[in-house]
Write a protein that binds this ligand. Structure first.
Ligand code: AMP
Length: 612
């Protein structure tokens, strides 16, 4: 087009930064042939403005803005011109500074995750931090701020404080604090995720909310204890009645369990009540024999007998004169353990080495526990459960006779065959060198095999850990057996958490539902099995060794997982994770774990320790 030029648009000396409430002026100069039509595009501008036109050699269009609103921050203003030759334009973006402010903060709501939603604004961009019940909340994997992108909303920031698997420990007040150099704002919302599952009147039931105090600082209120004990006694009576009814029903229905071992049918209520009766001394031990009609055992000078799966099962009695003690092997909560020689145990051999577990200071109640343990151990017969030969009850101390497992408990064995073995003074055995991957898999598969057997009896162990497994030899290879049903609480006392004075809980091996609701099931044993795998692959480290008991409780209940050990192939880590599903029903089943471990034993994965 002859004698035509497209419009040239320039916004001169544009200062775009101003504080909220201030004024700004923009001058737009336009040239072009023929003279263009010019305008300022200000759509959706909230601040007051006027436009003035000046004529001269160039066309000037001045835009004046007053009492600028913070809501116009990042708003674009465009000077547009057009003539026959075409259009032209130039833009400025407003930079209105204002103090940090909260537009909204709502109470926690469950979307995909739990979220405390918020909307904040401020220029310069504000920093955001959170308080939980008035103290700084450190963001991490389990509580973190996430922003939701929204390009249409200027400088406004929309987001969530995400809470990953919160529990009652996370109930409380969440305060958001936003701040920039012009000011700060704060607001508080409530998070209510679940009710506290613990009965405040049950001294055995309270696992204190983690505090900075040491565990020893947990004090007991005498009054509540007395009340709690009365509640526990009441529950115990209820439990006995309930158990009696259940056993009668089970027997009537044709089931053979006389030992209370078919627990799955009564697990829910029975389990909770059993806690009040006597927590965990003997894994899933049968009901008390003094509950008349519940135990089918009869005592005679030679045997305690009972019926299990249509078979007579008798606890063998071993004469004291047949036992010759050699030396002490260790000490459990119930007394010392000795190596001994025992005569007349088997028709094939004259004398055999055995481990003798003695019961110190036996009173009526511990004698009953002792008898129940013996009855239970007589029933449990499997190549990966330590073999129980019988009891010796003529004279004191009462004793149980077991097969001797030369390498002692698995935890000590793992430590003695790990990278730190040289620092362990107590290592008595000659070092066999560090355990290899095939050996670790072989150990794990054997424990799994024992657990398959226990699960087939609906037996809930409740305290599966490497300290409760024993190691012996089988020709060239290692033989590992589940060897203890809850008697190792003395030497490994730091593995247990004392609550309410008497109860010792192996919390580091327990899943969230056992910690929070005292629910022990075959599935909670699976969780513990995952922890046992972790122990094996860390050469016997204590789970969460870097944390106090209360910190460990917090981590477990919030869904944190133990880290993958350096020596652990991904296949085994996958198994661990399958055991640590938060939902008990989603955990792997022990049969599958066992067969997967057997497959790995057959063809161990090639593993390079790339992590360290
Ligand atoms: P416990 O009372 O079962 O915790 O046993 C205490 C310690 O005695 C264990 O940590 C083992 O070192 C040792 N022990 C227990 N049973 C046996 C056994 N059958 N063979 C060899 N050592 C054993």
């Amino acid at each position: 087009m002859e004698n035509c030029t497209v419009p040239n648009v320039a916004i001169v000396h544009a200062i775009t930064k101003v504080q909220e409430g201030g004024n700004l002026t923009f001058l737009c100069q336009v040239t072009g042939e023929p003279m263009p039509v010019v305008r300022w595009r200000t759509n959706k501008l909230l601040s007051r403005y006027t436009v003035q036109r000046f004529w001269g050699s160039t066309l000037k269009l001045e835009l004046q803005l007053w009492n600028m609103s913070s809501e116009d921050n990042l708003h674009n203003l465009t000077c547009e011109a057009e003539n026959r030759a075409g259009p032209g334009e130039e833009k400025v973006t407003l930079d209105i500074e204002f103090p940090a402010k909260i537009i909204f903060l709502h109470n926690a709501e469950q979307q995909h995750h739990w979220c405390v939603p918020f909307k904040v604004d401020g220029n310069p961009e504000p920093t955001i931090r959170w308080l939980f019940n008035g103290s700084d909340l450190t963001e991490g994997l389990y509580a973190y701020t996430q922003f939701i992108p929204d390009s249409d909303d200027g400088s406004v920031k929309h987001g969530c404080l995400f809470l990953n698997k919160p529990t009652h420990l996370n109930n409380g007040l969440y305060t958001i604090i936003v701040e920039n150099r012009l000011g700060m704002d704060q607001a508080t919302a409530t998070g209510k995720f679940m009710d506290n599952p613990f009965d405040p009147f049950d001294p055995e039931g309270i696992i204190p909310v983690p505090t900075n105090k040491s565990n020893e600082d947990v004090t007991e209120n005498l009054e509540s204890r007395v009340f709690g004990v009365s509640v526990a006694v009441g529950l115990a009576v209820l439990a006995c009645t309930f158990l009696l009814i259940m056993v009668l029903i089970i027997n009537k229905c044709g089931q053979q369990s006389k030992f209370g071992i078919h627990r799955s049918s009564v697990l829910g209520t029975e389990d909770d009540l059993a806690v009040s009766l006597r927590f965990m001394n003997f894994g899933a031990s049968p009901p008390s024999s003094d509950d008349s009609g519940m135990s089918s055992f009869v005592e005679n000078p030679q045997y305690f007998c009972g019926i299990f799966k249509d078979k007579d099962m008798c606890v063998q009695h071993i004469k004291r004169q047949d036992i010759v003690l050699k030396w002490e092997l260790g000490e459990g909560a119930f007394g010392k353990v000795y190596l001994a020689e025992c005569a007349n145990l088997s028709p094939d051999s004259d004398k055999m080495l055995v481990a003798i577990k003695t019961l110190k200071d036996a009173n009526e109640s511990t004698r009953q526990d002792f008898q129940r343990e013996a009855e239970l151990l007589t029933v449990l017969q499997h190549q990966n459960i330590v073999r129980f030969y019988g009891v010796c009850t003529d004279g004191e101390p009462l004793a149980m006779v077991f097969e001797y497992m030369r390498h002692g408990d698995l935890n000590r064995f793992l430590r003695a065959h790990g990278p730190d073995a040289h620092i362990l003074e107590e290592v008595k055995m000659p070092p066999l060198g560090q355990l290899t991957l095939p050996q670790m898999l072989h150990i794990a598969a054997q424990i799994a095999s024992g657990m398959v057997y226990l699960a087939s009896l609906h037996f809930v162990h409740r305290d599966l850990a490497t300290r409760n497994c024993l190691v012996g030899d089988m020709g060239e290879s290692l033989m590992v057996k589940i060897g203890d049903f809850g008697m190792s609480r003395d030497i490994y006392s730091t593995d247990y958490y004392r609550v309410g004075g008497r109860t010792m809980l192996p919390i580091r091996w327990m899943p969230p539902e056992s910690i929070m609701y005292r629910k022990f099931t075959t599935e909670s044993d699976i969780w513990s099995f995952g922890v046992v795998l972790w122990e094996i692959f860390t050469y016997g480290k204590q789970p969460w060794y870097q944390l106090s008991n209360s910190e460990a409780i917090e981590c477990i209940t919030q869904g944190r997982e133990l880290e993958r050990p350096h020596t652990c192939p991904k296949e085994v880590h996958g198994l661990m994770q399958g055991c640590w599903q938060r939902e008990p029903q989603q955990r792997l089943v022990i049969k599958d774990i066992h067969s997967r471990l057997l497959a790995l034993v057959k063809s161990p994965p090639i593993y390079l320790d790339i992590l360290g």
